[in-house]
Design a binder for this molecule. Structure first.
Ligand code: TXA
Ligand code: MG
Length: 317
């Protein structure tokens, strides 16, 4: 069973020997390994049970370090990096051949991010390679926002999880790519689109910009709990299932007649809602309810990114 502590030297030793660790970040916990070593990267895919066509994000501590792995950094990418790194932003950049094909699923671009988490940054600074790290959940399940979540799900498969307290942002990074000078959002996430537009002007959002930018339509669901989850008007849905033990995940108003009722943010604070999202879904999934009912949140701020995840979690397996 994986050990959890905050010793970055121990983390480095495990990584240097070609093994994987649980890595805390401000968005969600990652399953991390040396992103330049195809054998290690292959272990990441196996451990997560993730299809090889779904590329990984490389995590580093500075733009200078990232520069070693890319052909160029477009001006807009540089502006975003300066404004938001370290932070919940991932940039797609033309990579050079130091990045193994396996890491980026053979694409000409690779994904890069500098996480805004003190422990992760301290670790990345003492490594001489970037860390490939997808979210540390079995493929398709809810992303982890606490070390304990990683242990519950992958604790038998990895020996070490670096402790980093709760992931403050709570949803994955926003992914931005650039095509012929046009910045495009590939995945909505923890950095608001408005904030990005304040720096580089209007950006395009892919019509299906979601958590599966590279596999549109190929995967039926994501972030899915084991229990069935229905998205809609909670009050009407409750009336529809009178004989079931119901769990509700609402935005701000609790449903006291439910068996378990959780709210994302009583004060309607989108940041708090994002931070609670995955942990609440997980708690409901682990509770004794038969069915989880949830509703969309307002579309402002991080609301779109939250709704994207709720939508995907509610698609039936
Ligand atoms: O916040 C995050 O981004 C977290 C933490 C651990 O950093 N990581 C994360 O990784 O969410 P993952 O593997 O669960 O999601 C990465 C997404 C995938 O959906 C993948 O398709 C997309 O990034 N991606 C990676 N490289 C890409 C590329 N070259 N082009 C398009 N999409 C890419
Ligand atoms: Mg993921």
């Amino acid at each position: 069973m994986a050990e959890i502590n905050n010793d970055i030297q121990q983390a480095k030793a495990i990584l240097d020997s070609g093994n994987l660790i649980g890595l805390p970040t401000e968005t969600v916990y990652g399953l991390a390994g040396n992103g330049l070593n195809p054998e290690v990267v292959s272990k990441i895919f196996e451990t997560k049970n993730r299809p090889h066509f779904d590329p990984l994000i490389l995590h580093s501590h500075s733009l200078e370090a990232i520069s070693k792995y890319v052909k160029e950094i477009p001006e807009q990418a540089r502006q975003l990096a300066n404004a938001f790194w370290p932070g919940p932003l991932t940039l797609l950049l033309e990579r050079n051949d130091r990045v193994p094909d396996l890491t980026c699923a053979g694409l000409t671009k690779a994904a890069f991010r500098i996480p805004n988490h003190p422990t992760a940054l301290n670790l990345l600074r003492i490594l001489d390679y970037p860390l490939a790290a997808p979210s540390a959940n079995p493929f398709g399940y809810i992303s982890p926002t606490r070390s304990e979540h990683v242990k519950q799900q992958l604790g038998d498969q990895i020996s070490f999880i670096l402790e980093g307290e709760i992931s403050k942002v709570g949803i994955e990074s926003t992914i931005v790519g650039f095509e012929k000078g046009q910045a495009t959002i590939y995945r909505l996430g923890g950095l608001e689109v408005d904030a990005i537009e304040q720096v580089i002007g209007k950006v395009k959002t892919l019509p299906h910009s979601s958590s599966e930018p590279n596999a549109p339509g190929m995967l039926k669901s994501h972030y899915a709990p084991k229990k069935e989850i229905v998205l809609g008007n909670i009050a009407s849905l409750m009336a529809k299932y009178p004989n079931k033990k119901l769990g509700t995940l609402s935005f701000s108003t609790p449903y006291n007649h439910a068996e378990v009722s959780l709210t994302l943010s009583k004060t309607r604070d989108m940041k708090e809602a994002a931070q609670n999202l995955f942990a609440h879904l997980r708690n409901l999934d682990d509770s004794n309810v038969d069915l989880i009912l949830t509703e969309k949140v307002p579309e402002d701020g991080l609301g779109k990114a939250i709704n994207d995840r709720l939508q995907r979690a509610s698609v039936k397996n």
